[in-house]
Structure formats: structure tokens, C-alpha cells
Design a protein. Structure first.
Lengths: 160, 124
């Protein structure tokens, strides 16, 4: 289903495969949006969740490259890493994403940039998780007290 | 049909007629006949839609009452929409920070940073 808000991020949650898609438009040409996804000095300014310090271990955004970064909050460290499978400037980034606390879990992420003209870009970011387990866990525990934990776990699996 | 509970909810709401039925049940309980009224389909077809919503846990029907009104299980519905909306909001917050970064960048920026030899483990 789709939740739409004007000019804001739109979300699509696929009913048949464990997939989440976010669509968002930017007042900047594809070159700029791409650079903000590949330049480590820029990435660190926006990618981390609010309230967390984001520290890059390495971030080599090119085909065959890899990344690892840490989110730091309240003395806790959360590590994330993955490989850049395909990177084409101003067009597409295909990468894997793993939370190091669940090293067997991996999401396949595709970010596609569409040139809308007039210096505008549409970003379509799709995350495909490798099982419905996260969603099951959410429903099973969501009715009770474990809602925050399951939210957190889902976020870790799904968040890009 | 997808096997896990949340996927069943997503599947159930993927259909525009069922989404409309849920929107109407959010206002008040209704009988099958009342639900079928605005649609140009048979009561049987609406009954099928209703069964999908029931299987997903989104609606229930009281067994004891004569009219068997359909009741929206708002808790299940809210939980799912909250989960989706929370995820969307986090993405929106992230991309608002990206808006700021894009504004601060020079207009003639190259899509790729200048080439540097890969330095695994290095902190920029």
C-alpha cells in the first residue's frame, strides 16, 4: 500500500515480497544527489539516524567497492556494512546492507536516480530483505510489550 | 496468499474495493448488505472481499447478533499503518538532511569525488 504526502517521501510496501520502496524528489540535479551518496564527507552529514553519531570506517562507493560505518549512541556501537555491487554515476547504486548484530541477514538495495529536468531529481530506493521473518516478529510481538524491540529489529533489517 | 500475518494484511489492503470497505468500517460497523450497497458487484463478490479481510484479522463479525455486523479491528489496522508511517517518517527526516546537504553543495559539482586510492579501514 502507498502512503502519499505532497513533496514528501512516499512509501510502498509490497504485499508479496519482503520489499520496501521509498520515492522522494529533490531540488537538485542527479549529479549532485549522486555525489551526496558517494562522497564520504557528505554521506556522513545525512545518512545516520537522528540522535546518533555516524562514524565511517570506510566508504568506497564504486562498482566492486565496500563500506562499513558505525552508529554511536549512549556508549553503544552499531556496525553496518555491505558491498557496492554496481555503481553508475548519476544513475544507479546497487548495494548490499547488513547489520553486524545479525550478520546472516542481508538486504539488497537499489537506488535509482531519475532526471526530472529543471534541476530536479526523483530518487527511488528499494530495499529487498531476504525473509518475512522481520515482519512476522513485528506482528507476533507488536500486540504485547515488545513493540519497541521489534520496531528496532525491523529497522535494522530494513533501514537504508 | 502470502503466509505470514503482516503480509496477509498488506495483501488484503492491496485491493481498492477492500481499502474502501475498510475506510467505511473505520466510521462505523456495517452489515454485509450495507457494505455491498455502493458497489456495482454482487453481494457474493463483496462477501469474498470480506472473507479476505477476515482472514487477515482486519475485520470480525459478531456470531451472536442477528444482523452479524462487520467490525473493523482498528488495533491491527493502526499497528500496520503506524509501522509503515514510522518507517516513512524516518526516511523523510533523512532526506530532509540530504536536502540541506544538496543546498550547501556548489552547482557545478562532479557526480563522483576526485579519485583516491582505496584505503580500507581508513577514517576520512
Amino acid at each position: 500500500m502507498t502512503v502519499t504526502s505532497t513533496r514528501q517521501a512516499e512509501i510502498f510496501v509490497d504485499p508479496d515480497v519482503p520489499l520496501v520502496r521509498i520515492t522522494r524528489e529533490f531540488d537538485a540535479p542527479p549529479e549532485k544527489v549522486f555525489r551526496a551518496h558517494t562522497d564520504p564527507g557528505l554521506v556522513v552529514q545525512w545518512l545516520g539516524p537522528r540522535g546518533y553519531e555516524m562514524r565511517l570506517d570506510h566508504f568506497d562507493c564504486r562498482t566492486g567497492g565496500s563500506y562499513r560505518y558505525l552508529h554511536l549512541a549512549d556508549g553503544e556501537e552499531y556496525g553496518f556494512r555491505g558491498s557496492f555491487h554496481e555503481v553508475r554515476p548519476s544513475e544507479v547504486i546497487v548495494q548490499t546492507f547488513t547489520y553486524e548484530g545479525m550478520p546472516d541477514g542481508v538486504a539488497l538495495e537499489r537506488m535509482v536516480l531519475e532526471d526530472l529536468g529543471d534541476g530536479r531529481t526523483r530518487l527511488v530506493a528499494t530495499s529487498l530483505v531476504d525473509s518475512f521473518e522481520g515482519r512476522d516478529a513485528f506482528v507476533a510481538s507488536g500486540m504485547e510489550t515488545g513493540i519497541q524491540e521489534s520496531y528496532q529489529r525491523l529497522d535494522e533489517l530494513l533501514a537504508g | 496468499m502470502a503466509a505470514d500475518p503482516l503480509s496477509r494484511v498488506f495483501s488484503a489492503l492491496a485491493d481498492p474495493t477492500r481499502r474502501d470497505m475498510v475506510a467505511r468500517l473505520a466510521v462505523d460497523d456495517a452489515t454485509l448488505t450495507e457494505l455491498a450497497e455502493p458497489y456495482e458487484v454482487t453481494v457474493q463478490a463483496v462477501s469474498k472481499h470480506l472473507r479476505v479481510l477476515e482472514d487477515a484479522g482486519l475485520v470480525s463479525r459478531r456470531r451472536d447478533a442477528q444482523r452479524r455486523p462487520v467490525h473493523l479491528e482498528a488495533e491491527v489496522f493502526d499497528l500496520m499503518t503506524k509501522w509503515i508511517e514510522r518507517y516513512r517518517r524516518e526516511a523523510e527526516q533523512r532526506y530532509r538532511r540530504l536536502d540541506d546537504v544538496l543546498q550547501s553543495m556548489p552547482d557545478d559539482v562532479a557526480p563522483v569525488p576526485p579519485a583516491t586510492p582505496p584505503q580500507p579501514g581508513a577514517t576520512p
